[in-house]
Design a protein around this ligand. Structure first.
Ligand code: HOC
Length: 368
């Protein structure tokens, strides 16, 4: 068998080189000029970590319990659509890899495999992501199916009322392969729009009328059979609203730079959200995590855990489920080594004191 890449950067380089232009653009690129994609990486990289000498770290570990799920490290696979484009094993293969590494996984509503089949793979994949469907009833039907299937949390993505304009993806001509579709949405009603009249906008005059608001989300949080995390919060005021609305957790995210190009980086937005939430619910983040040191940086700024997106795509594209398992293992190893060098025995030791105060461009405060 060919040797696996030696490190995370090798996985990224090999995935970029081997993927055809369409899948490479869909999975690895972002919206617009990709300003936010770059900011996610640059702002993480700008955070310096203090090495600490002679710190007692014996008996340390990276374990935590998150919403009742035991994880060996503070990482979950992020929800990503149509993973079978990258490898025939698809979401089930990724779930096997996350299980092997003792991590969590959030299944995308746009998975190409039934949620029950992915659940059966092992204990990692217990969070189900969803978008608001065409009304309260179909959204709740999806949530109830996830609960029946043994999922333990729902992740409602709120940052993509419409898709971003993805220049690279459009230019590549990416299309899903025949036969691949979001099977878990089969049978759910799709919004029907009347034909546009002169000068009407599809977005403002049709789509906007079926989008959810905070009242819908409050209803969902109150009635859903599982705890609901809101994914795609960046502004501190939205974080406050999310907690008031009954969210069981917040995922600070700009959708990997795939939606609003020009949005602040996730890491820049994280401290504002953490301050506003004040420990009321767990705050997770995703966007730009490429190395174990990035996981450390996010935890130092108050994240309880992070979601891993593109590195999983790299592993899957290069070597299937084995590649994903290896990538996740490398991330775990790097986190452990970073903790050891920074004098942190457990995750609780990773605090803002471990880093140089970042001067991140995208931070915003609720004061305006
Ligand atoms: C209604 C718009 O998560 C992706 C998916 C789809 C996001 C847009 C949904 O490709 O990032």
């Amino acid at each position: 068998a060919p040797a696996l890449p030696g490190g995370l950067a090798d996985y990224a380089a090999q995935a970029t080189a081997l993927l055809p232009p369409g899948p490479a653009a869909y999975f690895l690129r972002g919206a617009g000029a990709e300003d936010t994609c770059r900011a996610n990486l640059r702002d993480l990289e700008a955070i310096r970590i203090w090495p600490r000498a002679l710190a007692p770290i014996a008996g340390g570990h990276t374990r935590l319990t998150l919403l009742g799920q035991s994880l060996d490290a503070p990482m979950l696979v992020a929800p990503m659509a149509y993973l079978r484009v990258l490898d025939a094993g698809g979401e089930a293969g990724v779930a096997a890899a996350a299980t092997a590494q003792g991590l969590g996984m959030c299944l995308s509503a746009q998975a190409g495999q039934p949620m029950e089949a992915v659940r059966d793979v092992g204990p990692a994949c217990r969070w189900m992501q969803l978008y608001w469907q065409a009304g309260r009833a179909p959204t709740m039907a999806l949530a109830e199916r996830a609960a029946r299937a043994g999922f333990t949390a729902l992740v409602l993505t709120v940052d993509a009322p419409v898709n971003g304009i993805r220049d690279a993806e459009i230019a590549s001509g990416f299309a899903l392969p025949d036969g691949l579709r979001a099977v878990n949405l089969d049978g759910l009603p799709q919004p029907q729009f009347a034909p546009l009249q002169d000068r009407e906008s599809l977005l403002f005059d049709r789509v906007a009328h079926v989008l959810p608001d905070w009242e819908d989300v409050a209803w969902f949080c109150a009635n859903a059979p599982l705890p609901v995390l809101l994914k795609g919060i960046l502004h501190p005021d939205d974080a406050t609203q999310a907690v008031k609305t009954g969210a069981a957790g917040i995922i600070v995210s700009n959708h990997g730079g795939r939606v609003l190009d020009g949005a602040p980086s996730a890491i820049a937005a994280l401290p504002g959200v953490v301050a506003q939430v004040g420990g009321a619910v767990p705050v997770l983040m995703d966007g730009g995590i490429r190395r174990g040191v990035d996981v450390f940086r996010a935890l130092a700024l108050g994240a309880t855990a992070v979601l891993i997106g593109r590195p999983v795509c790299h592993g899957l594209a290069v070597a299937g489920a084995l590649g994903v398992s290896h990538v996740l293992r490398l991330l775990r190893d790097e986190l452990e080594v970073t903790m050891a060098l920074a004098g942190c025995r457990t995750l609780d030791d990773i605090t803002a004191d471990c880093i140089q105060p970042p001067t991140l461009s995208g931070s915003c405060s609720s004061a305006g």
